[in-house]
Design a binder for this molecule. Structure first.
Ligand code: GRF
Length: 207
């Protein structure tokens, strides 16, 4: 990709929104050169992420899938809101639904997710607990493009976290989360400010 346009970000979230909050903090500190947060959409009415958006004057929408005949129609409405907000990058900040065709086709190689394990190990829910109980000595987090699989798209960046003998699963989750906040910002900055290309599954940064 050659950098030409400003990155206009739409955020999808389902929960507490700590990754979103930490990206906004970095944004307010001037960390990103070329980026605006245009809107946040949540599938959960009670998601604290909605409140974080409102407090930061970012248009926030709650869309329940139950109000739509099927997932396709639900996603088409998400696409409509994102497009009418001028969005050209979508970030999943704890969005707990698989992304379907309408979103993937509207934003090819423009949807990125953060996952709390070193993919391809431990995709899916409760990745930190999966890694902890498997007994790995190193885990971490991954920022990746979203494709039609489960946490399976090309990897943009990863960070490792050691598992200590004294850790509980909650301790490990907490230390991974701290690294997620840093990694997400770094990857979002690189992908929106540097030139990059996809060589098969490999994301290659050119500058
Ligand atoms: C994070 O652990 C992220 O990796 C996963 O969902 C969680 C969201 O946390 N995809 P938060 O809502 O950003 O605090």
């Amino acid at each position: 990709m050659t950098l030409t346009n400003r990155a206009v970000i739409g955020v999808l979230a389902s929960g507490r929104g700590s990754n979103f909050a930490s990206l906004l903090k970095k944004h307010h500190e001037g960390y990103f050169k070329n980026l605006t947060f245009a809107c946040l959409i949540s599938n959960k009415k009670s998601a604290p992420a909605l409140e974080i958006a409102r407090e930061n004057d970012i248009p926030a929408y709650h869309l329940s899938i139950k109000e739509f005949p099927d997932k396709d129609e639900y996603e088409k409405e998400i696409v409509r809101i994102l497009k009418s907000s001028g969005v050209n990058w979508v970030i999943l900040a704890g969005y707990m639904r698989l992304i379907g065709k309408p979103l993937l086709e509207a934003f090819p190689e423009r949807i990125i997710n953060i996952h709390p394990s070193l993919l391809p190990a431990f995709p899916g829910l409760n990745a930190q607990e999966q890694a902890f109980h498997y007994g790995v000595k190193t885990s971490g987090c991954t920022v990746h493009f979203v494709d039609d699989g489960l946490d399976s798209g090309p990897i943009i960046g990863q960070e490792t976290v050691s598992v200590l003998e004294t850790d509980t699963a909650a301790d490990l989750s907490q230390r991974i989360l701290a690294e997620e906040h840093k990694l997400f910002a770094r990857c979002l900055k690189r992908i929106t400010e540097e030139n990059w290309t996809l060589d098969g599954r490999r994301v290659i940064f050119k500058s």
